[in-house]
Design a protein around this ligand. Structure first.
Ligand code: ADP
Ligand code: MG
Length: 234
């Protein structure tokens, strides 16, 4: 479904990603883990078309998207839940969700998507006319995920959803991602919470200093010495 070949990305003179290659198959739940500053968010932003890539190729459903813009890529079915979330704080929950559906034509379809989001996150349904700026951290995260779902993605890129959230809210968010994956949405998850992540994904990649240093199934990664020592602290 997604194929990244020898991706290189820079910020001005700072070369961040070095020949990153990875594959995500339809229906999979794949993670990308690595220390702070490794370039994980840059990988997601490169795929989503939010930053220009220096070299390499990105294919989505067989089509080259490396030089496409973010809104084109969104229309093709890739949606990013960024760390920053960028919610419209002066708008209500429903208005924020509607903004996420800008690529969707047809009122019926938009309504169905919004109902789906409200089913997934009943909390948001209760707060549908509340301003996003007055939501709790966990509710904001749910709204950011919900807004991404409003473009009806087949591939969801999620950047550190657990960051700054209380454990119970983290569970809610992880459960929602599992429900989505079971419904057929392919998920590429970036996470610092490696213990939790390795309980839910099928496979994963490890990025260190801009390079993929390790990849494997959930079981292989969980048993790997380097992962256990550096990421699981055992
Ligand atoms: N907009 C930017 N401009 C310049 N440098 C950036 C920018 N965003 C990230 N970087 C740098 O790129 C490197 C990788 O960042 P990032 O992809 O955010 O890492 P991670 O998500 O793994 O923590 C870091 O050294 C960071 O300082
Ligand atoms: Mg990051």
């Amino acid at each position: 479904m997604l194929e990244v070949n020898n991706l290189n990305t820079c910020y001005d003179f700072l070369h961040v990603l070095w020949d990153v290659s990875l594959v995500i198959n339809e229906g999979e739940y794949v993670c990308l883990i690595g220390p702070n500053g490794a370039g994980k968010s840059t990988v997601l932003k490169s795929i989503a078309g939010l930053i220009e890539i220096k070299s390499g190729e990105i294919f989505f459903k067989g089509i080259s998207i490396g030089d496409k813009k973010g809104d084109q890529i969104c229309r093709m079915g890739i949606s990013l839940v960024s760390e920053e979330m960028n919610l419209f704080t002066g708008m209500t929950v429903m208005e924020n969700l509607s903004m996420g559906a800008y690529t969707i034509r047809g009122k019926k379809k938009k309504e169905a998507l919004m109902n789906f989001v409200f089913e997934l996150f009943p909390r948001l349904a209760e707060r549908r006319i509340q301003l996003a700026g007055t939501l709790s951290g966990g509710e904001r995260k749910m709204l950011a995920i919900g807004r991404s779902l409003m473009s009806d993605p087949s591939l969801l890129l999620v950047d550190e959803p657990s960051l700054g959230l209380a454990p119970r809210v983290v569970d809610t968010v992880f459960q929602a991602l599992e429900v989505l994956n079971k419904k057929g949405v392919t998920i590429f998850l970036v996470e610092q919470n490696v213990t939790k992540t390795l309980q839910v994904v099928d496979r994963g990649y490890v990025l260190e200093r801009g390079k993929i240093v390790l990849e494997g199934s959930r079981v292989e990664l969980s048993r790997n010495e380097h992962i256990r020592k550096i990421y699981l602290g055992v």
